[in-house]
Design a protein around this ligand. Sequence first.
Ligand code: ASP
Ligand code: MG
Length: 241
Amino acid sequence: MSLIVAKFGGTSVASPERIQMVAKKLIAKKQAGHQVVAVVSAMGKTTDELVGLAASLNDNPPAREMDRLLSTGEQVSMTLLAMAIEARGYKAMSFTGRQAGIETDGTHAKAKIMMVHNERIMEAIERGIIAVVAGFQGIDANGDITTLGRGGSDTTAVALAAFLHADLCRIYTDVDGVYDRDPRLHPDAVKYGRISYDDMLLLARGGARVLHDRCVELARREHVVLEVCSAFSDAPGTIVG
Ligand code: ASP
Ligand code: MG
């Protein structure tokens, strides 16, 4: 039995139909005998909409309130996914960043994960429950909600994989792997079967929108093997590491 952390981005959970698709994928992993921890982003463009709402009321919203607001997006997708899994007869529980024990520094909007207190998630998966964790959020030493920077759910997934000693961290996205250029803009882009952490960091920092750069740094430091693959097909993805 292995422990898999599977992260699904906003496009993959953008509608009830897509949430069903994600639930099926997670259940298939469970049926294959794995322990499963899912990490989700907010549905579709939710985070952008929340940013817009804040801007309509305050040109310079307080960072603490902003993080509190933005963290709600992931709390919607995580609960809906847990419900979809339960509706199929499998056990699931959703966890906010705080409930998942994700402790960060106090830098609002770009917080850094310091530690993951993994007891609650471990206990859930040992009972056969699929744990669904809100990406992108944590809690600082004051007990305030922090967020990790846009695209930060990737980093949540890698941190959980590191602190839960997962065998694999799979990042499901809307492209089927890592390409030398953005395949959404360049049809002749070439896909890597495998790429080193260093090369992936260069791509991430160079603006390849496939992985959050902090997620790659953390994976390199903690030796977390990542696989980037499509949420919409079963094609093999790209192994990073
Ligand atoms: N929902 C957040 C964002 O849109 C985090 C993420 O998607 O990873 O940036
Ligand atoms: Mg993303």
